[in-house]
Ligand binder design. Structure first.
Ligand code: ADP
Length: 398
């Protein structure tokens, strides 16, 4: 009988999934990937087959109103297509693994307990990630599940990169810099030897620019620093999150404006960044197309902050060999790549305009001292690899 493995990336308003299939004694292959977007507003289901052709695209209406009903819908869709299939394992993206989980792990009640304690550190993601594990446990109690963390790739950074310089009694409660988007960075690091072998062993800054955005300094395939820290609020300007702000501003929100913790959380996670600056949208496409001065300012700030962090990470690395763009904005916006590269020209980055328009993978000129690249990320594939390795479904990678 054919065997299946499923990867789930459950967010607050979207549920992404991938299905991998193995026919007897053949290797695993991607069977389908899909998502429900707009959970809580206008849920839309879409799926593609291995060749990237659309196999489903429909509005879902009121029946899908939260993460649980979204998962029910996907389970029903999978049952219809592959009824009676043997599911060998389910891999999950979990945003926070804390200091303890430096690698993927098989889910047990103890692991779940540990991960629930981290909910306050990632209120926008962790509860939804864990709810997906619970939902799968109820439906498929005998199927092993694997938790893959966005923080793991960053463990092992130098002590100074992980430090939050507050008193020891506060730090001992787990207040440190964790870093996020680790599955994306790990995937990019894993493909560098084949896509860009000349930089794989070097000093690379990867810019994961999506609705959440960060950068990671990678040396010889390992993370040495990243712009996201204790939570997913630090560093770059994001769709609805501000990135780095003077902590005194947060004190002002509480003490000066008398806002509640809930209000402040909502401002920091949902109302700031590109949306807060522009007052128009959190979507870079909309802002780039807009002639409004506030939209221009939002894009200018996004680029300014990105270029500033490139400089900071170049200092951390002691020089830089390459800049890699990935995720929604990084992969799809030649304009933003061009502007960040122009602002980083002092480092020796020289763009090849034609290659940039065509998405590379190499987008710097032949004479550029520092090369620039576009490499599409694939967090789900990274999770599938970990799940397969941990459950013994595929041979461990060297
Ligand atoms: P996440 O996985 O963090 O939700 P993605 O990596 O999918 O986000 O990135 C989503 C963002 O990418 C959108 O909010 C949009 O701003 C941006 N984006 C997608 N396509 C383009 C494009 N062609 N030009 C500019 N920005 C784009």
């Amino acid at each position: 009988m054919d065997e299946f493995a499923v990867v789930i990336n459950a967010g607050s308003s979207s549920l992404k999934f991938s299905v991998f299939r193995r026919q007897e004694s053949r290797p695993w292959h991607l069977e389908a990937r899909g998502q429900i977007e707009g959970i809580g507003t206008r849920p839309q289901f879409s799926a593609k087959n291995e060749a990237g052709e659309s196999i489903a695209d429909r509005e879902l209406g009121d029946s899908v109103k939260d993460g649980r009903s979204a998962l029910d819908y996907v389970a029903g869709w999978l049952r219809e297509r592959h009824g009676g299939a043997r599911v060998r394992g389910v891999g999950h993206r979990i945003v926070h693994g804390g200091a303890k989980y430096a690698g993927p792990t098989i889910v047990t009640p103890q692991v779940l307990d540990d991960l629930r304690k981290l909910i306050p550190l990632a209120p926008l993601h962790q509860p939804y990630n864990l709810a997906a594990i619970d939902a799968v446990s109820e439906r498929l109690p005998d199927v092993p599940q694997v938790a893959c963390f966005d923080t793991s790739f960053h463990r092992g950074q130098p002590a100074v990169a992980e430090l939050v310089p507050l008193p020891a009694d506060i730090r001992s409660g787990g207040v440190q810099r964790y870093g996020f988007h680790g599955l994306s960075y790990e995937y990019i690091a894993s493909v560098l030897p084949s896509v860009a072998p000349e930089i794989a062993g070097g000093r690379v800054i990867v810019a994961h620019l999506g609705s959440g955005a960060s950068m990671c300094a990678i040396k010889n395939g390992k993370s040495v620093d990243s712009t996201l820290g204790f939570t997913a609020l630090d560093g770059l300007c994001m769709g609805t999150r501000p990135g780095a702000v003077d902590p005194g501003v947060i004190l002002h929100l509480f003490q000066g404006l008398g806002l509640s913790a809930k209000d402040v959380e909502s401002i920091l996670y949902k109302k700031s960044g590109l949306l807060g600056i522009s007052g128009i949208s959190n979507d870079m496409r909309v802002l780039l197309a807009s002639g409004e001065p506030a939209a221009r300012l939002a894009v200018d700030y996004f680029v300014y902050q990105a270029a500033k962090e490139v400089g900071a990470l170049a200092a951390v690395l002691g020089g830089v060999d390459a800049l890699v763009f990935t995720a929604g904005i990084g992969e799809n916006s030649p304009e933003i790549r061009k502007r960040i590269c122009a602002a980083s020209a002092w480092l020796g980055i020289e763009l090849d305009e034609a290659a940039n328009a065509q998405r590379g993978p190499r987008i710097s000129s032949a004479t550029s001292r520092v090369s620039a690249w576009v490499i599409p990320t694939n967090e789900e594939l990274m999770i599938a690899r970990h799940t397969g390795t941990l459950l013994g479904l595929i041979a461990a990678r060297a």
